[in-house]
Design a protein around this ligand. Structure first.
Ligand SMILES: [Zn+2]
Ligand SMILES: [Zn+2]
Length: 211
């Protein structure tokens, strides 16, 4: 698949790093107020003057917009060379791929995705796909100040789950887990497709705890 033909792709803020999504389908969409998403967003904002963190996120008026896609990717060598991998702590479960050109959070993985999905912070990364869906759940308001969490609970149409770890039986969380663990359909794989894990294999994973 040539880059110009791609119908769905992730692009960094400066345009030098691009990841083609073999499957344009948005598997899930959440709004996340967790400490780690916030820390990664702050790291992103610190990398370059142009990488502003939205005031609404900074003020806990909303969480970051997370989109989830099938972990079947096409990435050319120039873009591979611009990916840097990091974790927020040596024992952290998430691994994030950031572009070295401009510090964009390109995508990430978590063991609970079981290799089938990547998460994308759409407040940092530019996402192009025709397939958009509404936010399905708002999560981790437990990490926001109480007044902010209450305001978000009152305003959102989607279910608000304060602490996901205490709500694993909630139907919206179960539906989310099913969506992100769904196998990648063979039909969407392009020749030359890779995965986040393959891109990361053999690379240094930096521990980036700056906040
Ligand atoms: Zn860039
Ligand atoms: Zn989060």
């Amino acid at each position: 698949m040539a880059i110009t033909e791609a119908e769905a792709f992730l692009e960094c803020r400066c345009g030098a790093c691009r990841i083609i999504l073999c499957d344009p389908t948005v598997r899930a969409r959440t709004e996340c107020l967790c400490r780690d998403c916030r820390k990664r967003s702050v790291n992103f904002a610190m990398r370059r003057a142009d990488n502003a963190l939205a005031a609404a996120i900074l003020n806990y008026e909303r969480g970051v917009d997370l989109l989830y896609f099938a972990n079947a990717l096409v990435v050319d060598q120039a873009s591979r060379d611009r990916l840097e991998f990091s974790k927020l702590a040596s024992n952290a479960a998430n691994i994030t791929a950031m572009s070295t050109c401009c510090g964009t959070l390109m995508c990430g993985i978590h063991p609970m995705f079981e290799g089938n999905t990547i998460s994308v912070n759409a407040d940092s990364c530019c996402v192009t796909t025709a397939a958009r869906i509404d936010t399905q759940i708002v999560v981790f308001t437990c990490d926001a100040p109480e007044a902010a969490a209450k305001a978000i609970e009152a305003e959102r149409a989607a279910p608000v789950i304060s602490n996901v770890f205490e709500a694993l039986e909630h139907p919206a969380i179960m539906a989310f887990v099913d969506a992100i663990r769904a196998p990648i359909r063979d039909a969407v794989r392009s020749p030359g497709a890779t995965s986040f894990e393959e891109l990361c294999a053999g690379r240094t994973i930096r521990v980036d705890s700056r906040n």
